[in-house]
Write a protein that binds this ligand. Sequence first.
Ligand SMILES: Nc1ncnc2c1ncn2[C@@H]1O[C@H](COP(=O)(O)OP(=O)(O)OC[C@H]2O[C@@H]([n+]3cccc(C(=O)O)c3)[C@H](O)[C@@H]2O)[C@@H](O)[C@H]1O
Ligand SMILES: Nc1ncnc2c1ncn2[C@@H]1O[C@H](COP(=O)(O)OP(=O)(O)OP(=O)(O)O)[C@@H](O)[C@H]1O
Length: 259
Amino acid sequence: MLRDAQATKQALVKWIQEYFAKNGPTCSAVVGISGGKDSSVVAALCVEALGKERVVGVLMPNGVQSDIDDAKEVVATLGIRHMVVNIGAAVESLKQSILDGDHFSDITGSTEHARDAVINLPARIRMTTLYAVGQNLPGGARVANTCNGSEDYVGYSTKYGDAAGDFSPLAHLLVEEVREIGRTLPIPAHLVDKTPSDGLSGQSDEDKLGFTYAELDRYIRTGICDNVETKQRIDHMHKINLHKLQLMPSFDADEYVKK
Ligand SMILES: Nc1ncnc2c1ncn2[C@@H]1O[C@H](COP(=O)(O)OP(=O)(O)OC[C@H]2O[C@@H]([n+]3cccc(C(=O)O)c3)[C@H](O)[C@@H]2O)[C@@H](O)[C@H]1O
Ligand SMILES: Nc1ncnc2c1ncn2[C@@H]1O[C@H](COP(=O)(O)OP(=O)(O)OP(=O)(O)O)[C@@H](O)[C@H]1O
C-alpha cells in the first residue's frame, strides 16, 4: 500500500517529464493500449506529464480482440491520438514463414510451433509495431514499457516483447500500488480493477502464475508467504527470469584473453 498515492502520482509525472526533457524533448510517448490497467495507467501518466498532444496510443488486436472496446474507451477518455494496427495477418504470416522455412522440422523435430513460441510471438510483433509507429512520428518518440514491479519480479513478460521499451514508469510499483495510482487518474474505474491476463495464453495471470498478485505483492514487500509451495514457485520464477531485467552478458577480451 502506498503511503500517499497522490504524492507518488505527482512524482511519477515529474519523473516522466524529466526523462523526456533529457532524452527526447521533442518526442511523443508511444503506448500500446490493451484495455488493461497497466497501459491505461501509463498512458494517463504520460498525458499528465506531457500533454495529450504528445501521447500516441496504439491498439493492436491480434485478429479479433473481445475487449477492444475497453482500449477504445481508454483513448477516448484520455483524448489522445491513436492508431489501430491489427497484427493478426503479420503474426500468421510470420508463423507460416517460419514453418515453411528450409529444415524447420529437421531442426526442431516437429512440424508445428511450440506453445511458448506461439504465446510470445505476438508480444514481439507488438513491440516491433510500437517502434515502427514511433519512428514515423515527426518529432520522434519514446516507447513506454508498461510492466509493473510484480510482473518484473517473477519475469512474467515476453523478453524483447512487452518487456522492452525506452522508459518504465511502473517497474517499481506492485499490482495493488498500480491500482492505487490508477484511482488518482482519469481512467475508467472498471479498467483499474479488471482481471489481468496476458491476452496470449487464454488464461488470467493469476491462473497461469498459480498464485495471486496479493500473495506475490505481500511476499515481495515483507518476505512473508504462508504457502511453502507458492514461496518456492515465486523464488524459482524470480531466479530463472532475472535475465529479462539485466543487460545481456558480453564477451570482453580484456577479461578472458591472457596478456
Ligand atoms: N538464463 C537465461 N539467460 C538468458 N536468456 C535466457 C535464459 N533463460 C531463458 N532465456 C531466453 O529467454 C527466452 C524465454 O523468455 P520469453 O521469450 O520471455 O518467454 P517465457 O519466459 O517462456 O514466457 C513468457 C511468459 O510471460 C507471460 N507474459 C507474456 C507477455 C505479457 C504478459 C503479461 O501479463 O503482461 C505475460 C507469458 O504468458 C509467458 O508465460 C528463452 O527462449 C531464451 O531465449
Ligand atoms: N491488444 C493489444 N493492443 C495494444 N497493446 C497491447 C495489446 N496487448 C498487449 N499490449 C501491450 O503489452 C502490454 C502487456 O500486455 P498484457 O496484455 O500482457 O497485460 P498486462 O501486463 O496486464 O498489461 P495491461 O494491464 O496494460 O493489459 C500492455 O500493457 C500493452 O502495452
